[in-house]
Design a protein around this ligand. Structure first.
Ligand SMILES: Cc1cc2nc3c(=O)[nH]c(=O)nc-3n(C[C@H](O)[C@H](O)[C@H](O)COP(=O)(O)O)c2cc1C
Length: 335
């Protein structure tokens, strides 16, 4: 029996549901080609950061305001970012290069929170030939005067502003911390998003006790983290009119299968690729194929969403009673 792994994401027809998420591995043409060879159905380029866009704007402003002889001291303003992703112009070139060598869709990514230069860069990204644009909105509301409504409105305004200037398929990589994620999902779709990526992985700070400094160190994910996306994709599948991508903690074929069962259109992976290299994509594809065959599914489409909130035999597992059950079971097991 031939099994179809095909899926659709943001209106793009993909050969399978595995997408290489934004990471250093998607930041150069060589590894992009390896990812495509290993079977990745699409790639998301690393984000172009708001700080890089602002930095460029500041330099331009500086030159205009003070004359060409002045020194743009901001040139090394964001050295860390420069080594990850060398700025707007190089970013646009990466899109063009990727489009030239790859046959699979290339999704660009913008990261930030304010309107800033996003609108301009969204247009440039579209002109450079990206197949879609992911808005990676990363905002940590530390100001006690900013209300939840205001935070939500920032997301919505940003999506609406970008939507007004591009016709590209648009996805939004969102935070898991909204009061009502399903309601927020609907608002973002109304503002013009064609898909949602669940969830952005926030970097929690730590303290270095020797230097007494706050430090931020990115750790690669674990499989258990995938449950956050599993829960909310399961709730949203069938209930919103948009594509759904899962990201965070997808390492083994079991993680991938569970996310598809609750209704993800694609899974986006980064940590497992960094740990195991691009060839991990082919192992996941093989694993998915074997699993579908073992359960006599003819396609990914047939199994997708069969365990979502609306379809699974015990939807209560998704909500409050699940919490109580988990507590009770743990107590009785350990007693
Ligand atoms: C080293 C590294 C760099 C990343 N850079 C970006 C980025 O530029 N933009 C973005 O939206 N996500 C970025 N991410 C997040 C990943 O795309 C992904 O959503 C997240 O790591 C969760 O997936 P995972 O568990 O498979 O790693 C990065 C992750 C890692 C590990």
């Amino acid at each position: 029996m031939s099994i179809s792994l095909k899926t659709e994401y943001l209106g793009l027809n993909l050969n399978n549901p595995i997408v290489a998420s934004a990471s250093p591995l998607t930041g150069n043409v060589e590894s992009l080609v390896q990812l495509e060879k290993a079977g990745a159905a699409a790639v998301v380029l690393p984000s172009l950061f708001e700080e890089q866009i602002e930095h460029e704007a500041q330099e331009v402003h500086h030159l205009l305001a003070f004359g060409a002889e002045s020194t743009p001291e901001a040139i090394n303003y964001f050295p860390e970012l420069a080594s990850y992703n060398t700025g707007p112009d190089t970013y646009i070139q990466l899109i063009k290069d990727a489009k030239q060598v790859l046959g699979i869709p290339v999704i660009a990514s913008l990261n930030g929170i304010s309107r800033g230069g996003w609108v301009r860069y969204a247009k440039l990204i579209q002109s450079a030939g990206a197949d879609a644009l992911e808005l990676n909105i990363y905002f940590v509301p530390t100001d006690a005067n900013v209300s939840g409504d205001e935070v939500e409105q920032r997301y919505i305004d940003l999506v609406r502003d970008v939507r007004e200037v591009v016709s590209l398929p648009l996805s939004v990589k969102i935070s898991p911390y909204f009061s009502s994620p399903a309601n927020m999902a609907n608002k973002l779709i109304k503002a013009g998003a064609n898909g949602l990526v669940l969830f952005n992985r926030f970097v929690q700070p730590d303290i270095d006790l020797e230097t007494m400094q706050m430090v931020s160190q990115l750790e690669l994910s674990q499989s258990s983290e995938a449950r956050q996306a599993l829960q909310w994709i399961g709730v949203l599948h069938n209930r919103i009119n948009a594509s759904l991508a899962a990201t965070g903690g997808i390492h083994a074929r079991e993680d991938l299968i569970k996310l598809l069962l609750v209704g993800a259109d694609v899974v986006m992976i980064a940590s497992s690729l960094i740990k195991k290299g691009p060839s991990h994509v082919s192992k996941l594809i093989e694993g998915l194929y074997d699993w579908l065959g073992g359960y006599e599914y003819a396609s990914v489409g047939q199994m997708k969403g069969s365990m979502c909130y609306d379809h699974c035999p015990n939807p209560k597992g998704y909500d409050r009673s699940n919490y109580m059950k988990a507590l009770v079971n743990y107590t009785s097991k350990s007693a």
